[in-house]
Design a protein around this ligand. Sequence first.
Ligand code: ADP
Ligand code: ADP
Length: 221
Amino acid sequence: MIRFEQVSKVYSGGFQALQKVDFHLGKGEMAYLTGHSGAGKSTLLKLISVMERPSDGRVFFNNQDVSRIRRSQIPFVRRRIGMIFQDYHLISTRSVFDNVALPLVIDGYRHQDIRRRVSAALDKVGLHGKDRYFPPMLSGGEQQRVGIARAIVNKPSLLLADEPTGNLDTELSMEILRLFESFNRVGVSVLIATHDTGLIDSSRYRTLTLHAGRMLTGEAR
Ligand code: ADP
Ligand code: ADP
């Protein structure tokens, strides 16, 4: 699903965020990406979704080298990836329905299909009946569920989550983890960047560890 080959990233100011990173995430696999703040976790995720380009090396997504694709091809890659963020990235002045529908609207789905799919996505994250709410009316855990519904609404093959439980307490974090597991069970690959050791210790997924831009190991912490 994802393969990094000797990937380095030097930001324009000269800071080296990643150094010769090699790793692989299998199709249908769920794994954690961990490391201290500043270790390069977000940068690694951004290279997969082509929000950033590597300075060196290759990034493969579904056997396609996305590090070199043309700008016009980027939306086609992003369409197959669902992204989830620590601070949810919801539009607070739009309803839950509109927030979740956004990727489908952008892709030009028909109104009828949008209704059906948004409703199915909200069901899957346990937010049935909340479609008319606005994000500020919801709890943090519920807002993250909206973020997850938006990420899965167009059935991506990969979910990338950047500190998805960073603003949630332990119990809510576990609920969010269960949701990721439910999508992983139907074949979705999941990569979760987190320094939430409670979350990591609670399950037995492979843990990829970054330390100052270097990948320590793909098997253990
Ligand atoms: P993490 O997600 O593990 O906290 P990041 O990938 O966000 O790490 O950041 C790694 C390093 O790269 C940090 O030192 C950060 O300051 C730097 N960095 C991140 N984005 C940029 C950018 N756009 N320009 C310059 N430096 C950046
Ligand atoms: P429908 O045709 O009703 O939109 P599909 O037949 O395409 O649904 O999918 C069947 C089921 O597969 C979905 O209800 C869902 O549980 C699961 N599924 C497959 N891929 C994904 C994905 N990327 N995200 C969430 N669920 C998925």
